[in-house]
Design a protein around this ligand. Structure first.
Ligand SMILES: NC(=O)c1ccc[n+]([C@@H]2O[C@H](COP(=O)([O-])OP(=O)(O)OC[C@H]3O[C@@H](n4cnc5c(N)ncnc54)[C@H](OP(=O)(O)O)[C@@H]3O)[C@@H](O)[C@H]2O)c1
Length: 282
């Protein structure tokens, strides 16, 4: 069985390669795709085959998918440019006649109002139109989106957001990766997995951060434009800041909330909790 993982050089992808090997897949059955030479070399050192290919390179993708039984398609990171890139991946998978195309998407991709959901929804539609056997791994937010901000939370004593009391089903990349590897190896995975850990509000996030840091941390809810301005003031590029504020509005609408059952089913255990992830990050 030949398993191809796109975006294997990224944070999630590297966890996926590790999870596949951990779940007993022989390294010579794994093909890791990415663009970054240094990180590809790091993956090659694990014994897997590596190929350097850009999602813009239709021919390169076709060559990389030749002979593949199953492909895990990790969504690209160039927001706004992903439609043609992702269409190339789907076309190459169809030409290669892969037996399963697993795509990392976003919760409720077919109905979500998040700006980030637009490209995921279009990609899911392209996969459906391809007629390929598929599974959509609709990953909610990464816990790392929050744990990476621990120093900022500690410095300012507050978590900024625009999510009101909306709950987010964040989980660690490592858990999403183990789940993706498990889905890829299932005889017949479900067509859609809505994946996330136990949900929490940003107020609960602030409380838990405070407990872990041993100091009071509050949640400050802002209008989305004020959150965008605050993030720009902290050094984020405006489009990225606006995307994060938009995601918080989606969070307020419950669009990044899912029941934890699908992730638990693939993991065979509960997902890593917010508190454990924060303590590990600390
Ligand atoms: N759920 C969330 O909270 C969340 C947050 C951020 C992102 N995401 C999505 O989840 C994906 C994986 O997350 P991550 O943390 O692993 O992101 P990441 O570390 O930025 O990795 C992105 C991966 O996609 C590859 N890639 C990007 N554009 C490409 C292109 N044009 N052609 C070929 N490969 C390309 C990168 O390859 P190279 O590094 O080799 O260039 C890398 O392997 C992201 O790309 C994004 O779509 C989700």
């Amino acid at each position: 069985m030949s398993l191809v993982v796109t975006g294997a050089t990224g944070h999630l992808g590297r966890h996926v390669i590790a999870a596949l090997l951990d779940q007993g897949v022989p390294a010579d059955q794994v093909v890791a795709l990415g663009r970054d030479e240094e990180r590809l070399a790091g993956l090659a050192a694990l014994g897997v085959t590596t190929r350097q290919v850009d999602y813009a390179d239709a021919e390169g993708l076709a060559a990389a998918f030749a002979g593949a039984d199953r492909v895990l398609f990790i969504s690209g990171s160039e927001v706004g440019q992903r439609l043609p890139q992702h269409q190339n991946v789907v076309d190459a998978a169809r030409s290669a006649g892969v037996g399963l195309l697993a795509y990392t998407s976003i919760p409720h991709a077919d109905t979500s109002g998040l700006a980030l959901a637009v490209e995921h929804r279009a990609t899911e539609e392209a996969i459906l139109a391809s007629g390929l056997p598929h599974t959509f791994l609709r990953n909610s937010w990464y816990l790392e989106n929050y744990t990476d901000q621990l120093p900022t939370y500690a410095e300012h004593g507050t978590v900024l957001g625009a999510a009101r009391d909306g709950r987010v089903s964040a989980a660690t990349r490592a858990d999403f990766a183990v789940a993706a590897a498990a889905a890829l190896l299932l005889e017949q995975p479900k067509a859609v997995y809505e994946l996330g850990g136990a949900g929490f509000s940003l107020e609960e996030l602030a409380t838990t951060v405070g407990e872990v840091l041993g100091k009071e941390v509050t949640y400050t809810d802002l209008p989305a434009d004020e959150l965008t301005a605050a993030l720009v003031g902290a050094g984020l590029p405006e489009p990225f800041a606006a995307t994060l504020a938009d995601a918080d509005l989606g969070l307020a609408r419950g669009e990044l909330y899912v029941e934890p059952t699908d992730l638990e089913e693939l993991l065979g255990r509960p997902a890593t909790s917010l508190e454990d992830a924060l303590r590990a990050a600390l």
